[in-house]
Design a protein around this ligand. Structure first.
Ligand code: GLN
Length: 539
């Protein structure tokens, strides 16, 4: 079959969950046996989100092939269990960068380079790129931002042209918001009508409307919206708030969103979607009665999107262990030796978060010392692993000034140091050690046991590493380097075998945890936390 292109746009307000709707549709199409990928086009000028801090844009997600991307790509992978790649996230910055490079090369000699057609042509080329690989039946393209934004105009113009070119091989799903005005006791459709009008003014007629709402939208209101917006009545679908994003695919299927998409793109439907494994997950989510409490020590606690992949990976692990997840965000800047006992007392397990820079790092050391001394299951991820190493060097090896050269370039004990290949790098964008690398695990280690394997591949995002000069001293004192990259001999995993569960990974296993393939090391950590919880209960 010809590749079908589905565009997902958003109106009225941002944060409606376009990414979740795109991912849910992909999940259903995948469960019907189609080959699906989702890509995100972001209207900002940064070439990628790697240089944005989480306050700007939430977590930076990393693909296996080493692209720093928008966090929606994390949802795409978690919902479809299919890897995304550097081609799946394109920004205005990247589009302009390639057009300007072409101009300098002389590709447009003699011509004035303009937004239409040069920028829009580059957008179209990138929208269609994954389709040219022959690997996909459906390419879902989410356009970041809200219709009406200045920044997204070239993207929407490209969508208009593509719809014209592709005909029924393309489709536009528009997500809007239907507010409930409590004083009037009414759901209001006007913002949706206006938002569709804005799209129509740009030459795009949406085929399907998905309405985000807190209350049930009655059929007559949906019919009214269909009438005003030139959309078939059954193509107005509501997306009511649910208590888990993982229920959204099931809610969309109940309203036949996947069938509508197949019908409108003239795609024969072979079967009903095979959603049983997904439904099993959702059933476990709903029926768990016991709770596991995990503390996440980090500096972005007021902003939960900063640790999205970690919280989702924990949820996957807890759900498969038939437990509810109680995730407690603990502000590392507020932890002191005086309050740590009280703050961490109820935790069944503690995660020390990844991060950059000095802020909040002392609280991570405080938490780690307490967890190590009280033998609480503890998981350090990236900077969290590096902090594990530093805390151990200071308080067990007696190297009082040990540090990472990221925080203190003059430390006499640089137990964490800049990687050799990073020493001559001056550009900040896209230059870290990024993406999936192999890690060989020591047979018999807890980490190897967790994975059920001695060779794994996980994703990275760092510049600093464990300093191998100190390796023997760590191992002799009880912190083992049980994972290393076979080619570079870079330490990937440290663990303290005599503890219940005390493991740090230089890599980020959270990026590869999906609903249908939860991360083995997160599962092992959460299981250890549950065991510890039960031990405490039975004391
Ligand atoms: N700042 C550390 C480094 O660059 C850790 C990065 C991270 O936690 N992602 O090595």
């Amino acid at each position: 079959m010809d590749t079908k292109y589905i565009f997902v746009t958003g109106g009225v307000v941002s944060s409606l969950g376009k990414g979740i709707i795109a991912a849910s549709l992909a999940c259903l199409l995948k469960a019907r046996g189609f080959r699906v990928t989702i890509q995100k086009f972001d209207p900002y000028i940064n070439v990628d989100p790697g240089t944005l801090n989480p306050y700007e844009h939430g977590e930076c997600y990393v693909t296996a092939d080493g692209q720093e991307t928008d966090l929606d790509l994390g949802h795409y992978e978690r919902f479809t269990n299919v890897h995304t790649s550097r081609a799946n996230n394109v920004t205005t910055g990247r589009i302009y960068q390639s057009v300007i490079e072409k101009e300098r090369r002389g590709d447009y000699l003699g011509k004035t380079v303009q937004i239409v057609p040069h920028i829009t042509d580059e957008i179209k080329r990138r929208v269609k790129y994954l389709g040219t690989t022959g690997q996909y039946d459906f390419i879902i393209t989410e356009i970041g931002g809200v219709v009406g934004d200045i920044e997204s105009l070239p993207f929407l113009e490209a969508v208009r042209q593509l719809r014209w070119e592709l005909g029924t091989d393309s489709l536009c799903v528009h997500l809007t918001y239907v507010p409930y005005i409590a004083a009037a006791k009414e759901l209001k459709t006007k913002p949706t009508q206006h938002s569709v009008k804005s799209l129509q003014e740009l030459g795009i007629q949406p085929d399907v409307l998905v309405l985000r709402t807190e209350k049930e939208i009655p059929a007559d209101v949906r019919r009214k919206i269909a009438l005003f917006c030139n959309v078939e009545p059954d193509c107005v679908v509501q997306s009511r708030d649910v208590n888990s994003i993982y229920k959204v695919p099931l809610k969309m299927h109940e309203q036949h969103l996947d069938e509508i998409v197949l019908r409108k793109t003239h795609t024969p439907a072979q079967t009903e979607p095979h959603m049983e494994p997904w439904m099993d997950f959702v059933h476990r989510l709903d029926s768990a009665t016991e709770t596991v409490t995990i503390g996440l020590v980090g500096k972005y606690v007021e902003l939960q999107d900063a640790y999205k992949s970690i919280s989702e990976a924990l949820l996957h692990a807890a759900t498969y262990a038939d437990h509810k997840l109680n995730l407690v965000y603990i502000h590392s800047e507020k932890l002191t030796d005086e309050n740590v006992g009280e703050r961490l007392a109820d935790m069944d397990g503690v995660i020390i978060a990844p991060g950059f820079g000095h802020r909040g790092i002392d609280g991570k050391f405080v938490a780690l010392k307490w967890c190590r001394e009280h033998d609480v299951p503890t998981f350090g991820i990236c900077l969290g692993m590096q902090c594990m190493v530093i805390e151990f060097a200071r308080n067990v090896l007696g190297l009082a000034d040990a540090h990472s050269t990221e925080m203190n370039p003059l430390t006499p004990h640089n137990v964490i140091d800049l990687m050799e290949e990073q020493k001559n790098i001056s550009n900040m964008g896209g230059t870290m050690r990024l993406g999936a690398y192999d890690c060989a695990l020591r047979p018999g280690s807890k980490a190897a046991e967790a994975y059920g394997s001695t060779l794994v591949s996980e994703r990275h995002r760092h510049r600093f590493e464990f300093n191998n000069d100190y390796r023997e001293r760590f191992e002799a004192a009880g912190m083992q380097c049980v994972g290393e990259n076979p080619a570079a001999k870079l330490v990937e995993v440290v663990e303290m075998p005599e503890k219940r569960w005390f493991i740090g990974t230089q890599y980020h296993p959270e990026y590869s945890s999906t609903v249908l393939a939860p991360s083995p090391i997160f599962r092992s950590f959460v299981n250890a936390a549950i065991t510890y919880h039960n031990e405490k209960e039975n004391k």
